[in-house]
Design a protein around this ligand. Structure first.
Ligand code: GRF
Length: 209
């Protein structure tokens, strides 16, 4: 862990990186007292790496190895060592499409967060916006949560609701949820960077000042 003063964030992403951009912009604007120490992607040329490079933030591709949905042993070790060398206090998953397993989780216990495009525990897993439409819910949203060994099952840090409209398609609903994510994720990362929250079992609560 970082022994200096600035809260250091490691970001993992596989895709376009719009949540990363929202967080990096919030840091640049002074809304999150932190710095991005490292951005890693399992996808060569991913948008998230380009966004980081444009901002002169350290970023690199790490080959994920032979599996489709998780990192293989060598890749996992490379990710862990890179994040440890970067002395990250928090790992922010921003569209990272692989499940993190035991050794990774143990190396950063309680220090990994994710954003999911539904109001968990409803609709974990893939295409949560589509699950919400198929189910006919009138309200959905997004959730920032700690990462544990389950799928989208860790303690909930914050949630933001989004209405489901009668004429929504998967695309329009997904876009509305995405916009909400860009508000929620920076806010939650800021509370973590300010060390304002505490975990009590499954409940994440504000520390009393
Ligand atoms: C977001 O919709 C998030 O909920 C999910 O992955 C997507 C990442 O999008 N975990 P982006 O790469 O941040 O644009």
């Amino acid at each position: 862990m970082n022994s200096g003063n600035t809260f250091r964030i490691g970001v993992l992403g596989s895709g376009r990186g719009s949540n990363f951009v929202a967080i990096a912009d919030a840091i640049a604007a002074g809304a999150i007292p932190a710095q991005v120490a490292l951005v890693l992607s399992d996808v060569e040329g991913a948008g998230i790496l380009e966004h980081a490079q444009k901002r002169n933030l350290p970023a690199r591709f790490v080959a994920p190895g032979k599996f489709r949905t998780k990192l293989d042993e060598d890749a996992e070790r490379t990710f862990v060592e890179a994040l440890q060398s970067a002395k990250v206090d928090l790992i922010v998953l921003a569209g990272f499409m692989r499940v993190l397993k035991g050794d990774f989780l143990r190396a950063f216990e309680g220090r990994i967060v994710n954003i999911h495009p539904s109001l968990l525990p409803s609709f974990p897993g893939l295409e949560a916006w589509k699950q919400a439409l198929d189910h006919g819910v009138k309200v959905t949203g997004c959730t920032v949560h700690f990462v544990d060994a389950g799928v989208d099952s860790g303690a909930i840090i914050g949630q933001q609701t989004v209405p489901v409209l009668d004429d929504d398609t998967p695309e329009t609903l997904h876009a509305r949820i995405h916009a909400a994510e860009h508000e929620l994720y920076p806010k939650c990362v800021a509370t973590l960077a300010r060390r304002e929250i505490a975990v009590r079992g499954r409940r994440v609560v504000r520390k009393k000042s």
